[in-house]
Design a protein. Sequence first.
Length: 383
Amino acid sequence: MNLPATSSTPAVRETPLARAVVDALPNPLIVIDDGERICLANAAAENYFQTSSNVLLRHRLGDVVPFSSPVFGAVAQARALSGVVNEYSVAVGTPRLGGERLVDIQAAVMADEPRYVIVMLLERSMALKIDRQLTSRGAARSVSGMASMLAHEIKNPLAGIRGAAQLLEPSLGDDDRALARLICEETDRIRDLVDQMEVFSDERPLDKRPVNIHAVLERVKRLVTAGIGQGVSVREDYDPSLPPVLGNKDQLVQVFLNLAKNAAEAIQAGGEAGEVLLTTAFRPGIRLTVPGTMERITLPLEVCVHDTGPGVPEELRPNIFDPFVTTKPGGKGLGLALVAKIVRDHGGIVECISRERGTTFRVLLPMLRGTEAPRDFDGEQSS
């Protein structure tokens, strides 16, 4: 880094590689000296403060963030400890932009040059997404427990009620016989609902194999195309170099078929022609801690289902993966809860993103790791 020299501290030597690394960081980073002067700002900091690094280097920290900002406290504490200080979920505003943004602050004293402090601002968007995903996982687990209870506590009495109605039916008059048949039909309907929910209580380990996600999506595309009417087209935009995912092909088909059918039905419900777009991409850098362990996994495989429908109502979006939440008239609200469970079982996350027109469901999955011995590769390799 190219920090200015003073009589007491020599300049820190900058190399093109070091500058390229700093500018490649996705989060705003600035370096300040013991006089609170800004000595370095990366490209993300330019975007955050809406000004060039040349301008930032002519200012002190107090010129770009309010004097009462928690950034100053983090910097002071880092100097006092001669180490690293983290502040989570704090509001940081700038005089230039007005308003405040929710960020995590990391302040670290440079070991070799202790008069300099590195300040990094980490916007909370991904953290909030992970928080929402953990909520979805909790919802899926709640459904699992509820399904197990329903299966054991409701299906047996239902069988008794249905059996009693069938025994009574021959001895009843026409009007009462119709009521007995209604009892049988309603108990059958409740039984079918319980059968659907029993899927959530299945916590057996998945039979996982290396799966080409594009083979999964091509099957989904054929199924959706065959089942939708006029006015909805299905298109794909794939990254052909995507590595395989270790998963269960049938369950992954179920996930993306559910999302794609929902997308097509949303377009049809809007009454206008539209498009369902299936996309894949490799997104390195997203890491997630496995609940209950110290293990951290990467989720670089991104699969998105985009639609041009009317979108998910804002009030439903935070809870869209909860059971019994649905935008469909007469819908049961179990489809997306099942999607959340299957994605969870594969070690991934799923989120709903509202766009200017339509909705995107984004699924992030771990790729096959080198330590996981592949058995049969399920699907043809993409070219």
